[in-house]
Design a protein around this ligand. Structure first.
Ligand SMILES: [Zn+2]
Length: 127
């Protein structure tokens, strides 16, 4: 499917990639999320916050996951929307082909009422 189709939607902030964010913003958000998660794991929180080491660690994990979701979800939604539009297009094409094969025709060779690609009675190709 063409990304131009997504340009019609007014809520798209970045029509070039179909996402509601630019690739640059996506990279920054995912990078920040990864930094928060890495610091949550690698920091010695017992040393940093002796009275309550778990709170800043959990906060760092929450911030990391939030940044990751903020960066990844628009990309994932755009991907799903493009796939859905593609599936709709294929279903429409299949329905149109089925309608074409089922449409009643008159055989130019034998004059019988028939349908499909070939006459059901004499086998000559139909227009
Ligand atoms: Zn025929």
């Amino acid at each position: 499917m063409n990304l131009k189709d997504l340009k019609e939607k007014p809520y798209e902030k970045d029509p070039e990639n179909g996402m509601r964010q630019s690739y640059g913003a996506m990279i920054v958000k995912i990078g920040l999320g990864a930094m928060f998660l890495i610091s949550a794991i690698t920091t010695n929180w017992a040393e940093q916050a002796p009275d309550a080491p778990l709170a800043p660690m959990l906060l760092s994990v929450v911030f990391g996951l939030a940044f990751l979701a903020w960066g990844i979800l628009p990309w994932w939604n755009a991907k799903r929307r493009i796939a859905a539009a593609e599936a709709r297009k294929q279903a429409d094409a299949a329905a149109a082909e089925q309608a074409r094969l089922n449409a009643p025709k008159r055989c130019p060779n034998c004059g019988a009422a028939t349908k499909g690609d070939k006459c059901e009675y004499c086998g000559s190709p139909l227009p």
